[in-house]
Design a protein around this ligand. Sequence first.
Ligand SMILES: Nc1ncnc2c1ncn2[C@@H]1O[C@H](COP(=O)(O)OP(=O)(O)O)[C@@H](O)[C@H]1O
Ligand SMILES: [Mg+2]
Length: 236
Amino acid sequence: MDDRLATGIEGFDGLVQGGFPARTVNLVAGPAGSGKSLFGLHFCYNGARQFGEPAMYIVLEETKASLQRVMRTFGMAYEDLERSERCLMIDLGELRVAGPEGSAIGFQELQDFLASSLRAAHVRRLVIDSLSAVGLHYATPGEFRGRLFGFSRFLRAQDVTTLLIAESPDAHSLTAHGVEQFIADSFVHLGLEEVKGELRRTLTVRKMRFTKHDTTKHPMYITPSGLAVAADEKVV
Ligand SMILES: Nc1ncnc2c1ncn2[C@@H]1O[C@H](COP(=O)(O)OP(=O)(O)O)[C@@H](O)[C@H]1O
Ligand SMILES: [Mg+2]
């Protein structure tokens, strides 16, 4: 088990031989409201709390306050973990606002920050929420792709397991730039579908290197304690 990082998300780890393979770069994508941030929060919080693995959550899209509110809603006591420095939430969106006007954070700024802070904080679990926010920095998809490639190489050279969060623009395209899934070691897709006037949540593991993984589209629920995947059920 030491080469897998469990998320602690009910029903998920069993689909992927116990968790994400250590030191990989993983993509979690889906439309707005599909539960991507919640997935990342579980990964950090459970890792820090259950396994004592220091986690860092990079906020680029929402505010830190709103994510902490989400954590509280689902019974994750963030403050204790932050005090013990085992779960750090860093708002780089704020940093951008303080910097030159209109300059969205790019991969280079992100890498410079991580190069100095990951090791200092002994971070084992990293979440970047989201890639879509970094995409605003680049004028063309080609440039974004090239920089993302370099960035994921940097991440693989660290002693860290990363979740890159990305928004899919609509039901037909999985991610905005269409290339992220080739660069990542795994791709977990969160779906949000309207069925007979009701929203249905789903989770599909579309790819995971080094892993004999499940490929079924499963129902996913948001319960009072957060995400829960119905591992024995299939969406047809
Ligand atoms: N207390 C709650 N009970 C049930 N569902 C909730 C609750 N709070 C938020 N949600 C749902 O969770 C979704 C938030 O998921 P989030 O992880 O922020 O999505 P994403 O990051 O993919 O946009 C909201 O859109 C909402 O539908
Ligand atoms: Mg989000």
